[in-house]
Ligand binder design. Structure first.
Ligand code: C2E
Ligand code: MG
Ligand code: MG
Ligand code: MG
Length: 279
């Protein structure tokens, strides 16, 4: 059948205008829509104790699946969220998601902890502390069930940041410096924040087990962290050789494809159940 010409033309124009608007909709607008439509979700990557390979926690890693099924990686959209003032809304949804996903997790595994990535803006706002507190009350999680990951870049020498870190500590939540070594701060500067964990960035883990010269910086970071009594989590561990070397050097915890990839909470629960069955 045929539509009257005017209606058909109007429709075609409407569709064309819609498609054009879409093409011209920048990433911030798309991200804002994703937030409204709750297109963001979390995967959890197991963190293991290198002594026995057992999963003792997981890092929450955000994912964005567009309506057309395509995935936008966090390395792409987190910087956009930071630049466009949307990051705190992202963080709020992350914390809501953790609360929704965690269910009976902490009741079943009282020592389990979930690592949450915070951005620079989150570390400058006491709202973040309120949201963490709310998350604990909603899930029945204890402070030891959460670990906050703050990037080196986020740990600025600003009164607000120190206030937020202190308040997070006051809740009893431990703090990790994420991606250490990829920025310009020294460990002695970071020490002024009284941090608990240092996450060794994948770029350093990659240098391990290649040869002695290549791995110098990584080994140096490990020694400094030890002298500052920081617990360590190595990220991006892909080979047995890396895992062995890290353990020999006194690194307690690790995450990486060698152990497990990021997975849904349902898959994480199955992973834990299998671990329980193995005794
Ligand atoms: P990150 O916090 O350093 O997270 C570790 C990244 O390494 C994750 O990438 C993880 O999937 C990846 N990874 C872990 N093990 C391996 C491995 O063995 N091999 C390789 N090739 N990669 C591995 P992902 O999920 O793409 O996240 C990238 C970054 O995006 C994160 O780095 C973090 O800075 C940021 N991000 C992720 N989720 C959030 C979030 O909820 N909030 C904020 N603010 N940032 C987030
Ligand atoms: Mg992290
Ligand atoms: Mg990291
Ligand atoms: Mg990293």
């Amino acid at each position: 059948f045929l539509l009257p010409f005017g209606v058909a033309a109007g429709l075609a124009l409407g569709v064309a205008a819609f498609l054009m608007a879409r093409r011209h909709m920048g990433m911030p607008a798309l991200l804002r829509r994703a937030l409204n439509k709750r297109e963001l979700f979390l995967l959890y990557q197991p963190i293991v104790d290198l002594h026995n390979g057992r999963c003792i926690g997981a890092e929450a890693l955000i994912r964005w699946r567009r309506a057309d099924g395509s995935m936008v990686p966090p390395d792409v959209f987190i910087p956009v969220a930071e630049a466009s003032g949307l990051i705190q809304r992202v963080t709020e949804q992350v914390l809501e998601r953790v609360a929704a996903d965690a269910g009976s997790l902490f009741a079943d595994y009282p020592a389990f902890h979930i690592g949450i990535n915070l951005a620079a803006a989150d570390l400058q706002s006491t709202r973040t502390v309120e949201l963490l507190d709310l998350l604990m009350r909603k899930t029945g999680a204890g402070a030891h069930n959460l670990l906050v990951e703050a990037t080196e870049r986020g740990l600025m020498d600003a009164a607000e940041v120190r206030e937020v870190i202190n308040a997070i500590h006051a809740l009893g939540i431990e703090v990790a410096v994420d991606d250490f070594g990829t920025g310009y701060s020294s460990l002695s500067y970071l020490e002024t924040f009284a941090l608990d964990y240092l996450k060794i960035d994948k770029s350093f883990v990659d240098t391990l087990a290649i040869d002695a010269a290549t791995s110098q910086v990584a080994l140096h970071i490990i020694e400094m962290a030890k002298s500052l009594k920081l617990k360590m989590i190595a990220e991006g561990v892909e080979t047995e050789a890396q895992a062995r070397l890290l353990q020999e050097r006194g690194v307690q915890f690790a995450q990486g494809w060698l152990f497990a990839r990021p997975m849904t909470m349902a898959a994480l629960r199955e992973h834990m159940a299998r671990q329980d069955a193995q005794g």
